[in-house]
Design a binder for this molecule. Structure first.
Ligand code: NAD
Length: 263
């Protein structure tokens, strides 16, 4: 059942920073060829060059705004042209916006849903077409969140989008199975990345509490041990799912939350 990712081709969106970047590093370290797809092309190219130099694998940076069908298709085409296949898609690009529902700007709501939900749809659609064309199928992994199964205050758009991603993963599992395509969601609790570091002062301001209390009570308050999920925890889960050779796990959510959610 367990395989590995050596010589597999993995497209990772939002891989110029945070969780996606760390996943790309761990995939490259394990012998996979990686496509760093990000809004920020300059940084994507820096990461791709670093990985090639460090691990001797082929890495490609591509400009991809996941909300643009044109850029998504162009990026997936560029990856397919370079490597001749796409074995793994990690739909990971994301943002966060903190505001109570009654003050949530509609434009900000739409932007967040666009990136997380429509971006996951567009990248999965393009990658699945290639996985079907190449005849070998593949693995779609979506970086969801604890918020794919739980709600928090002041994150309504994020909670809605992350729940929707889980529904979409289940739909891919059904439609992908005849083509040997599996799909699963990884749901981290809080991981220290730029996305989270930005939230700490914002949450403190919105909730009128100290930054220390945001970390202790809001971010880690529901965990069993008060611990952050680490970048390695998330990358290891992605590597495990990417290496699976069968559909034994498909349509599943793997929650990496230190017991915040138990299923
Ligand atoms: P991050 O801000 O460090 O990185 C996000 C990356 O996505 C950046 O490189 C950014 O340029 C890119 N990006 C943003 N909008 C994009 C777009 N439209 N098209 C392409 N790329 C775009 O964030 P992170 O913490 O690494 O988050 C990555 C994913 O993990 C997100 O989906 C997030 O919701 C999820 N997540 C994060 C945490 C956490 O605690 N950090 C927890 C659970 C889930």
């Amino acid at each position: 059942m367990l395989g590995n990712v050596k010589d597999k081709v993995a497209v990772i969106t939002g891989a110029a920073s945070g969780i996606g970047k760390h996943m790309a590093e761990r995939f490259a370290e394990s012998g996979a060829h990686v496509v760093i797809a990000d809004l920020n092309l300059e940084q994507a190219n820096v990461v791709a060059e670093e990985l090639t130099a460090k691990f001797g694998v082929s890495a490609l940076g591509v400009q991809m705004d996941v909300t643009s069908e044109e850029q998504v298709n162009a990026g997936i085409d560029a990856a397919f042209t370079k490597f001749g296949k796409i074995d793994v898609l990690v739909s990971n690009a994301g943002i966060q916006t903190i505001a109570p529902i009654v003050e949530f700007e509609f434009a900000a709501w739409k932007r967040l849903i666009d990136i997380h939900l429509h971006g996951t749809f567009l990248t999965a659609k393009a990658a699945m077409k290639k996985m079907i064309e190449q005849g070998t199928g593949g693995s779609v992994i979506v970086t969801g969140s604890i918020h794919s199964v739980e709600a928090s205050k002041n994150k309504s758009a994020y909670v809605a989008a992350k729940h929707a991603q889980l529904g979409f993963v289940r739909a891919i599992a059904k439609e992908g199975a005849p083509h040997n395509i599996r799909a699963n969601l990884i749901g981290p609790g809080f991981v220290r990345t730029p996305l989270v570091d930005k939230q700490i002062p914002e949450q403190a301001k919105t909730l009128g509490i100290s930054e220390e209390d945001v970390v202790k009570k809001i971010m880690l308050g529901e965990t069993v041990d008060g611990e952050f999920t680490t970048l390695d925890d998330v990358a290891n889960a992605a590597l495990f799912l990417a290496g699976l050779e069968t559909n034994v796990l498909t349509g599943q959510s793997m929650l990496l939350t230190h017991g915040w959610h138990m299923q």
